[in-house]
Design a protein around this ligand. Structure first.
Ligand SMILES: NC(=O)c1ccc[n+]([C@@H]2O[C@H](COP(=O)([O-])OP(=O)(O)OC[C@H]3O[C@@H](n4cnc5c(N)ncnc54)[C@H](O)[C@@H]3O)[C@@H](O)[C@H]2O)c1
Length: 389
């Protein structure tokens, strides 16, 4: 079977789905790799490096779609809402598609993908289990985003992060607050710690407290308790508006004490909760920085504009999206590693193994035979359950 890798088409996307080092591992599983010319260039992986490891280089995108049994992408149509649709006519019935498909983003889009006849697997639907950990692309990319958010903040802040005792006096350390201590938030805490800042972390999931503290940060305790804070998958559950209002009220004071606020609070399939209001921004010292990693999902800060950096009342609010793409070498390496693990499970001995008893395969399979077949996604979009699910 041939795994095809095309050049990512989302504007400014620099990652690539597989890297040369992945090819020998796929070969062991009986999978050959075909790469569109130039697909890895921006991530630091030239065609020659792919060819050296045994990949075939195809002249263009259409040639890869025509030859491959499996298409491996980072941002497929669905998550690539700008240019992704152009791939639909290139896809063959029963061709396998793997990548970020944003299954809870738009019902129409996933139905269009289903109509192409593709058997698609959405990496966002990967179960959060120990066995699936090596395939968890959301975590890989969140790690990179958390790291990069801190670098952006440090670069923007007119102050230093570390404490310094110098002949010219003592510099007090920067104060960083991270709201949402999931994978990205914890990585942001770890990175800010390495840069010497004084860090606080907050999350509505009580389980996050120990993780925040284990990284040497203070956990912000708010006198409110979320109802059913966490679902079985470890994700936060949506709360009612009264909870969010109280949260904002209590967070206001904490936010004003910090120079940098990094927000990562999201709930799957929902608009991100607004936790930092315009008034809270006004309460921050001029020069402060907010990096809103939830920008693409509506933003945790009321003033965030996705894909833009704005200054309000002297506070810089960064709403950059797709930060993982700004570290394309390692983002691609991690993503490729996730895909190799998944492909090895999916194609045992070079043959497709669609074992629906396997929770990883069953839960990530999004479309097949012209239908959206994923039970969780069908329920989310209120589509009637299929007879065999
Ligand atoms: N294989 C595994 O077992 C595995 C893999 C990845 C993540 N996880 C766990 O899953 C959990 C979710 O991680 P994630 O990074 O994907 O989360 P996420 O990206 O869905 O959300 C980011 C964080 O925002 C928090 N949040 C949501 N609403 C909030 C609010 N109103 N106020 C404060 N915080 C709020 C969430 O609790 C979460 O920690 C974590 O506990 C993580 O450790 C487990």
């Amino acid at each position: 079977m041939i795994v095809g890798v095309v050049k990512e088409s989302f504007p400014c996307e620099r990652r690539v789905a597989l890297i040369p080092a992945a090819i020998p591992n796929l070969a062991k599983a009986g999978l050959q790799v075909m790469v569109e010319a130039g697909a890895g260039w921006e991530a630091g992986y030239p065609d020659g490096a792919f060819a050296e490891k045994g990949a075939t280089i195809a002249p263009d995108r259409a040639a890869v779609f025509a030859a491959a049994d499996i298409i491996a992408q980072v941002l497929c149509y669905g998550s690539n809402d700008k240019t992704g649709r152009a791939d639909l006519p290139l896809m063959r019935r029963d061709q396998i598609l793997i990548g970020f498909l944003r299954p809870l983003g738009s019902k129409e889009t996933i139905q269009e993908i289903a109509s192409s006849g593709a058997t698609s697997f959405s990496v966002e639907l990967m179960p959060r289990s120990t066995r699936a950990q090596s395939m968890d692309a959301l975590s890989s990319m969140a790690t990179i985003c958390g790291y990069k958010a801190v670098l952006i903040a440090a670069n923007t802040l007119p102050r230093l992060f570390p404490m310094m005792t110098t002949a010219a006096g003592t510099i007090t350390p920067g104060r960083v607050l991270v709201i949402g201590a999931g994978v990205a938030g914890l990585q942001a805490i770890a990175t800010a710690k390495r840069l010497g800042a004084v860090i606080s972390g907050y999350d509505l999931r009580p389980a996050a407290k120990e993780q925040v503290q284990s990284l040497g940060a203070r956990f912000v305790e708010l006198p409110i308790e979320a109802k059913d804070a966490q679902d079985a998958g470890g994700y936060a559950k949506a709360q009612d508006e009264a909870f969010y209002a109280r949260q904002r009220e209590l967070l206001g004071r904490v936010i004003a004490e910090n120079d940098v606020v990094i927000t990562t609070a999201v709930v799957p399939g929902k608009k991100a909760p607004v936790l930092v209001t315009k008034e809270m921004v006004q309460g921050m010292a001029p020069g402060s920085v907010i990096v809103d990693l939830a920008a693409e999902r509506g933003g945790n800060c009321e003033l965030t504009r996705a894909e833009e950096t704005i200054v309000a009342n002297g506070v810089t609010i960064v709403g950059e999206i797709n930060l993982a793409s700004t570290v394309p070498y390692h983002a691609s390496q991690m993503y490729a590693r996730n895909l190799v693990s998944f492909l090895t499970l999916l194609a045992k001995g070079g043959k497709l193994n669609l074992n629906m008893q396997d929770d990883i395969i069953r839960e990530t399979l999004l479309t097949q035979g012209g239908e959206v077949v994923n039970a969780r996604v069908r329920e989310f979009w209120k589509l009637p359950a299929l007879a065999n699910t």
